[in-house]
Ligand binder design. Sequence first.
Ligand code: SF4
Length: 577
Amino acid sequence: MRNVNQVTIIDGYNDEPAGLGVPPYLDIYARYTAGAIWTYDKSIKIHYFTIDEVRENYNQILKKANKSEIVILIAGMIVPGKYLGGTPIKTKEVLQIAKALTKPVKILGGPAARFGFGIEGGRKTITIREIEEEFDIIVKGDLEIVVYNLLREGLETSKVNPEERRENAHQIREFAIKGAKIVLDHPNYGLNLICEIETYRGCPRFITGCCSFCAEILHGLPDFRPIKDIVDEVEALYNFGVRNFRLGRQPDIYSYMAYGVGETEFPKLNPDALRKLFSSIRRIAPNLKVLHIDNANPGAIYHHQEEAIEITKIIVEHHTPGDVAAFGVESADPKVIKANNLKAYPEEVIKAIEIINSIGVKRGYNGLPELLPGINFVYGLIGETKETYELNLEFMREVMRRGLLVRRVNIRQCIPLPGTRMWKVGTKIIQRHKKIFKIYKDKMRKEIDLPMLRKVIPTWTILKEVYLEEFDGTLTYGRQVGSYPILTCIPMKLKLKRFIDVVVVDHGYRSITALPHPIKINMLNMKTLTRIPGIGMKRAAKIIHKRPIGNLEELSSIIKDDELLIKLKKVIDFSKR
Ligand code: SF4
C-alpha cells in the first residue's frame, strides 16, 4: 500500500471518430482521470502537461514526473490528420518517456492502449511489445475507472483489471465534474481552448452488427449520459473559465436519448431531450462563445425527418454559428454500403443534407453559415472497386448540381481496428487502390472542395474572431474556434495568440487566404495590396503613389471601378497607423 501525493498526466493527444483531443481541443481522458483522482483524494497534486510542453521542457518535466507516484500517458490517433494546434506523440517518444521514468507506476491510456498505434490511414494499428513491457498497466477499459481502482488498491497493479469499464454512463458523473479543474493547466486555457463533451457512447446500429470498420461496436448499444450530468459538467467547466464547448463525443447527436434503442437500428429521435440539453447549457453558461456539435447520422435523419427538422432548429437556436454536422457517409457505392452494413444510401444522405441546409445555411454573426453538413468518405472497405471512387465523386457532383452546401469533404483510408470486421480484411484493398485513391482525392479537391468553399465562405466575407496560431515564413495561420474550423492564411507576419477579424480574399482547396479586417489601405505593402481582389499590380502601384488616401472619393478616382468600390467600402479603412 503506497501513499499518493502526486500524479503526472502527459497528454499525447487523441483523435477518434467521436472525440478529439488535439489542442485547442481537450478531450475527456485527462479530465475524467483527474476527476477520478480528486474523487479518491482531493489533496493529490496533479501535474498536467501536453506532449508539446514536454518536448519544450523535457528534462524538467520528466524530473517532476519521476517524483510522482503515478504517471499516466494518453495517446492514440485513430483518425489521424494534420494538426495546427499540436503534434501528437510519436511511438518512439512514448518509449523514450516510459524508459526515462523509473520510479512511478506507469499507465498508458487512450485509443493507443486500447487498439494500438494508428500511425496513418491505410495501415493496421500495431501494438509494440517494447511499449507494453515498459508500462505497468495498458488500459484496455476506461482509463478513469482503472486509475480510480489503482488508487483504491494502494497502487498494487496486480489487483487492478486493466479492462474494467464503467458500469453505466452515470458512474462518471463525479469524475467529469471534479476533473473540470484540470483545464487550468492546459496551455490553451484562457485562449482558444475548447472542451469536448460526451453525451453517450455506443451505437443503436449495434443490433445490426455496426458498420464494418467502426469501433463503436465495442461499446454496444448507446448508454446515454443523463442531461443533468452533462449540464453540471459543462457548468463546472464554465465556472473554471471555459467558454468553448463541443458536444462531440457521441456517434450521432441527433440520436441522443432516442426512443426504441435495442429495438430498431434507427430509433425515434427525441427533440425534447435535445431541447432540454441545449437550453440548459445556454442557461448555465450564458456567456459561452462556442457551442458546436460533431457527428450526425444521415440515416437517422432520413428515417425521422420531422423530428430531425425540429432538432436542427433546436441546434441552430442554441448553438453558435459555423457549426458542422459531420455525416459518416463513408461510401456512395451501393455494393460497398451493403457489404459493410453502412448506415445510408446516397439518396437518403442527400435528403439529410437538404434537411440541414433548409435550416442551417443562413449566415451567422461570425461570418459562417449556421450549420452545414460535413461529408466523410472512408476508402479500403469491403467490396470497394475502382467504380466506387467514381460513384463517390459523382455523388458529390450531384450535391453541387442540387445547389446544396457542405462545409467540407473528409477523405480517409480505413485503419482496421481490432474487434471490427475490417480487422480481418486488413489493408489489402487499400494497397490495391493506392494509386486511384490519390487520383480521386485530387479530383475531389479540385472539382468539389474548391468551388464548394467559394460558396460556403465567399470572397469579401468578414470572419470574426480568428485565433492566430502559427507563422510559416511570411504567412500567419489562424482558425476560428469550433468544429472543423477553416484554416486561414494571412499573408503577413502578425502577432500570435490573439483573435482578429479577417476579410476573405482567396480560396485554396481546404483553406482561405484573408487579410486583417478592416483592410488598412494606407498601410499595406505592394505585395499585400495585390492580394485584395480586383487590385492588380497597376492599381496597387497607383494606390501607393497617391497615399495617404483620405476617403472613398479619392480611392474611387484611383481605381475607377464602381462595383469594386462597393465591395471595398465595406472592408477598408483609411487610417494611417
Ligand atoms: S452508424 Fe456505423 S459508423 Fe456510425 S457509430 Fe454506428 S456503427 Fe459506427
